[in-house]
Every structure is written in C-alpha cells, then in structure tokens.
Design a binder for this molecule. Structure first.
Ligand SMILES: Nc1ncnc2c1ncn2[C@@H]1O[C@H](COP(=O)(O)OP(=O)(O)O)[C@@H](O)[C@H]1O
Ligand SMILES: [Mg+2]
Length: 283
C-alpha cells in the first residue's frame, strides 16, 4: 500500500530537528493496528517459556516502548511482531491479519546499522525499494527520505565515511523508504554516544509522529522509554510477561529531559522497572 505521507518542506528539512507539530496539525495515522493475542514462546520443546501469555493491543500511530531487563524476551517478541519467527502459541495480528512472514509494511531496525560500506548513502537507503522491486520509486523517494533523516547533503558519500549516528540515520532512511506502517526498533541507539543518541531519539519520535507511523521500541533504558514513547509496557523475566502498561503524558518540550515533569516520570518508571526486575520490594 502506498500511504500518503506528509513530508516537510525544504525549510523544515534543512533544520536539524523536525518542527513540533501541534496535535491538531498531526496527520491521521497511517500506522498499523497491532494485536498480540495469547502469545507464548519456548525455543525448545522441553525448555521453559521465554514469553508467557502476552496480550496487548497497540493503536495505529501509537509509539510504544517495551521496557525490560536483558534476557526478558524483548527481542523475541519483536521478532514475532516482524514475522521473522513464530510463537509457540497465540498470534500477532496486524491490521486484522495474522503475521506469518516479514513484509516491507513492517520493518525492523537493529543496534547495528548493517550497511554496505562501499555503497553510497543513497544506494544503501534504496536497498529496501530495490529488494521489493520498486526501483521506479527510487529517483523521487530517496532524496525526500534522506532529507527527512537530515542526510540530504550526504547522498553521494560512502557509508563507511559516516559517523555511527549518521549510519544509523541511513538505516532509518532504508527502513522508511518503502513507506512501512509499523517500525520496530531493537535498541537501535545503544551503541551511540549520549548526545547522538538523544538527537536520534527525538528525531525518530518526531518522524514517526509526522508520518503517523506505529512505532514499537525495545529498550532497557528507562530514560529512552520516557523520552520517546506515548506508552510503556514493562516486561518481567522468566518467563516474559507484562508487568505493567502505563502512559507517558509528557508534552514534546518536556521530553528533552531537564524538566521536573520528566524527572517525575523517570522516577515513576524506574520503580516500575525495578519492581518487574525483582530488584525492589513489591510495596
Ligand atoms: N535463538 C534462540 N535459541 C534459544 N534461546 C534463545 C534464542 N534467542 C534468545 N534465547 C533466549 O531467550 C531469552 C530471551 O532472549 P531475548 O529475547 O534476546 O531477550 P532480550 O531481548 O530481552 O534481552 C534469553 O534467555 C535468551 O537466552
Ligand atoms: Mg534483545
């Protein structure tokens, strides 16, 4: 499907960060509706469950963080959302259809950008369109998508000459070029320095809101969850289960991190996270 996208004009595209649209200015979501129904998983028949009885519904255009300590099954759940693997029980339903295989409509971004170092930025960004045989779209789509991720001036540079943050932006452009409805992020910023990470966190949230995409982000970083998401689902481990499901109601300015409201949400989430990780008393 080709969803109508609202791209920034050249003035906004030249700004390092996207303008913060008022809620009224946001487009109708083109993102996917996601339902996870009774999902459980064991990697081997005689092993214990990695995930147990996950039931979640994620609205079109919602930005959700799956927060939990290492090993609680976040990546496993994300792989099932993307169709890269299948649950032992239950199902993932995207826009009313059970997910059975990967699709350009739901794309995954990992910690490593996995670019071809000898190719240019534009060539790397075009790979998703090339693999899905949509080569006719490349000439118009790639310049606009590189502008969107703030790499318009780097189109002809070799990927290996870019910084880690810029390489992750190329990976983002490659993911967004086929106009997905759902973007799945598996700790994609954890290898970056704090400053670069913050810029990308803000830009990816702004882009997802701008496009009306559904975004599901896996993280073990409480600040990242608070900064980026509308809603946080905290997972507990052994087996992975939903420990709590809570909204983040900060406005865009408060998400930068300096505000009392941010600190309050961070402290609240930290308690919920520690409780799920069994590091704190349950009172
Ligand atoms: N391919 C696999 N085969 C067997 N066990 C796995 C496999 N992938 C992950 N696991 C196990 O499943 C559990 C959850 O892993 P994972 O989903 O990667 O957690 P997280 O992303 O939260 O760190 C861990 O105990 C891990 O060792
Ligand atoms: Mg993981």
């Amino acid at each position: 499907m080709t969803a109508p996208l609202t791209f920034r004009g050249s003035a906004a595209a030249s700004a390092p960060h996207l303008a913060q649209g008022s809620p009224a200015a946001r487009p109708a979501p083109v993102g996917a509706h996601v339902a996870i129904k009774g999902l459980s998983h064991s990697y081997r028949r005689h092993d214990g469950k990695v995930l147990d009885g996950i039931d979640l519904e994620i609205r079109a255009g919602e930005i959700v963080a799956l927060l939990g300590r290492s090993g609680c099954g976040k990546s496993t759940l994300l792989h099932m959302l993307s169709g890269l693997s299948h649950p032992s029980a239950g199902e993932v339903v995207i826009n009313g259809k059970t997910v059975r295989e990967p699709s350009p409509r739901w794309v995954m971004m990992f910690q490593a950008p996995s670019l071809f170092p000898w190719m240019t930025v534009a060539q790397n960004a075009a790979l998703g369109l090339r693999f899905t045989r949509r080569t006719k779209e490349i000439a118009t789509r790639i310049p606009e998508i590189l502008d969107l991720v703030d790499l318009g001036a780097f189109a002809d540079r070799n990927a290996q000459d870019l910084s880690g943050g810029q390489q992750q932006r190329v990976a983002l452009a490659r993911s967004l070029a086929p106009r997905p409805e759902l973007l799945l992020l598996d700790e994609p910023f954890s290898a970056l320095d704090a400053f670069t990470r913050r810029n990308l966190q803000k830009d990816v949230r702004d882009i997802a809101r701008d496009l009306g995409l559904t975004l599901i982000l896996v993280t073990h970083d409480v600040a990242e969850a608070v900064r980026m998401s509308d809603r946080v689902i905290v997972l507990e481990a052994n087996p992975g289960r939903v420990s709590c499901d809570t909204p983040i109601t900060l406005d865009e300015a408060e998400r930068d991190g300096g505000s009392d409201a941010f600190q309050g949400e961070h402290a609240r989430l930290m308690k919920l996270y520690a409780r799920a990780a069994d590091d704190a008393p349950r009172s």
